[in-house]
Ligand binder design. Structure first.
Ligand code: FES
Length: 134
């Protein structure tokens, strides 16, 4: 599927509070947003937002069962990146480019990739937790 197709399949997902139940591992995480897994098709994405900052979070499923929650804020000078197209997020301010599946940096002037949020599938929902990287 092309990134253009990904952009066309974008859906605005509802946001809601979720408990920390269902998180695995030793570190306890608190969900900040909830997205129905069915709203994120394989090769597609949905949009959510961080309730603390209002920033858009892109929720992606590049492969079946593999989910990523990526910040829309460019780490160079905090512009909002455009929705993915042709496999990349492009920042409209100074043209930094990021991998559309993972948020990894492809081209500067940014010196690091887009921040990632924690994400965990619990039943029919994807629970998003605070940023893991900045
Ligand atoms: S703010 Fe994104 S490249 Fe400068």
């Amino acid at each position: 599927m092309t990134a253009g197709a990904i952009a066309r399949r974008t859906a605005e997902a509802p946001i809601g509070a979720a408990s920390s139940e269902g998180w695995r591992g030793s570190s306890k995480k608190t969900a900040i947003a909830k997205v129905p897994a069915a709203s994120v098709p394989v090769g597609g994405m949905a949009k959510s937002s961080d309730p603390k900052t209002g920033e858009v979070i892109y929720v992606l499923q590049p492969k079946a069962g593999q989910y990523h929650a990526i910040s829309s804020i460019c780490p160079h000078a905090q512009c909002g990146v455009n929705p993915p197209q042709d496999g990349q997020f492009v920042c409209p301010c100074h043209n930094s480019r990021f991998n559309a599946a993972t948020g990894e940096l492809l081209q500067g002037p940014a010196t690091k990739g887009l921040a990632r949020y924690g994400i965990q599938r619990v039943g029919k929902d994807l629970l998003i937790s605070d940023k893991e990287t900045t």
